[in-house]
Design a protein around this ligand. Structure first.
Ligand code: MRU
Length: 357
């Protein structure tokens, strides 16, 4: 089962509708790129690598919708589609990376005929999705090597199969450690306000039979200070060249409290999520989400906040690299100094992908 995939019979993009989980498991279908853009913005699909794959398939749909007969006109139309898709969610760099990768197919001199280019964009999107699964498995093995027998692991947001094409990043590491029989237990932050931990990670733990306990976000510090957490794994939506990590809001305070209590803190980050063009995390754009995500919550069936309450709703925060013990990538676990070691690993992995295009 994949979170996002191309339907080869009906020429459309299918995504698990994550807004309805855990109550309803259902696929949403999109037959134009504008629909895919709406699906990303409205979080039918979410999680950095899954958003990247959705963006790539959105570009493939745009190529199929296009009536262009020359490379130049196809490129113009795809630039337009790219602008619409890029405008959906600003933080996850995988979206921008995936779109650039699709545009490179159009400009590649190797293909002459527009129909071949069109076909190759779909093939490239499919390769990107397939590679995501393979990369996640490599990260899962690298990360699971850090987990000791009987560890209790703290996890934030949802970073599992649902956040990627399949398998996951941080939750993928946890799943691998569980399958290796390490007798682990995971504490899942519920992750307000969208509750990806409660709705999605707990659902995945049920599917994969990972022993878990769901906790309120506010409880994580207590569990760390009282010695009940051995290691923290989180994901990332964009990691800067110096190792500063943007991830779901609330990650920063986990990093700080983990360091204060001597608990290792490992973001699990595919190299496609590293943005070497940004020197530090201060340059990472932080998405502000609608107020209704907070005021729309109910308590005993009634709104949690007075009507008209002023709301701040940043979707992500940045954990400075001084709190990061190491970064698990598909290549290896990278340790400080990140500005040297992370760059080396990312450039090596990027060279492999560029060789294929
Ligand atoms: O707002 P979301 O649900 O898209 O945020 C997801 C996260 O913050 C994940 O931790 C991140 O994408 C990395 S895991 C694949």
């Amino acid at each position: 089962m994949r979170t996002v995939e191309w339907d080869y019979e009906r020429h459309l993009v299918k995504m698990i509708d994550q807004r309805k989980l855990p109550s309803i498991f259902e696929f949403a279908e999109f037959d134009d790129y504008q629909g895919v853009a709406a699906g990303i913005r409205e979080m039918y699909v979410r999680g950095a690598p899954a958003i990247g794959a959705a963006g790539a398939f959105g570009m493939a749909l745009a190529a199929q919708q296009s009536q262009a007969t020359t490379r130049e006109s196809l490129l113009r139309e795809l630039e337009q589609a790219a602008a619409v898709l890029r405008a959906t969610r600003p933080t996850a760099v995988n979206l921008f990376w995936a779109i650039e990768r699709m545009l490179r197919v159009v400009t590649s001199e190797e293909l002459e005929h527009v129909d071949d280019i069109r076909q190759n964009i779909l093939q490239e999107a499919q390769s990107l999705a397939d590679e995501d699964v393979e990369i996640n498995l490599r990260m899962a093995r690298n990360g699971a090597a850090l987990v000791k027998e009987g560890d209790t692991i703290l996890h934030h947001c949802n970073t599992g199969s649902l956040a990627t094409v399949d398998w996951g990043t941080a939750l993928g590491v946890i799943r691998m450690a569980n399958e290796q029989g390490k007798n682990i237990h995971v504490l899942l932050d519920e992750t307000r306000p969208q509750l990806q931990g409660a709705r999605l990670s707990a659902w995945e733990c049920e599917q994969y039979k990972i022993p878990y306990t769901l906790i309120a976000d506010n409880a994580a510090g207590h569990y760390m200070r009282t010695g009940q957490i051995d290691i923290v794994f989180v994901g990332s939506d964009r990691t800067a060249a110096n190792g500063d990590v943007a991830n779901k809001i609330g990650t920063y305070k986990l990093g700080v409290v983990a360091k204060e209590n001597g608990i290792p803190f490992f973001p699990v980050v595919p190299t496609s999520t590293v943005d070497l063009s940004l020197a530090t995390g201060d340059e990472i754009p932080i998405e502000e989400r609608p107020a209704e995500e907070i005021t729309g919550l109910t308590f005993f069936g009634r709104p949690v906040a007075p009507a008209g309450a002023r709301v701040g709703n940043p979707a992500f925060d940045v954990t400075p690299h001084k709190y990061v013990t190491g970064i698990v990538t598909e290549h290896s676990v990278v340790y400080p100094p990140y500005s040297i070691n992370l760059r080396r690993v990312v450039e090596e992995e990027q060279a492999k992908v560029m060789g294929k295009v």
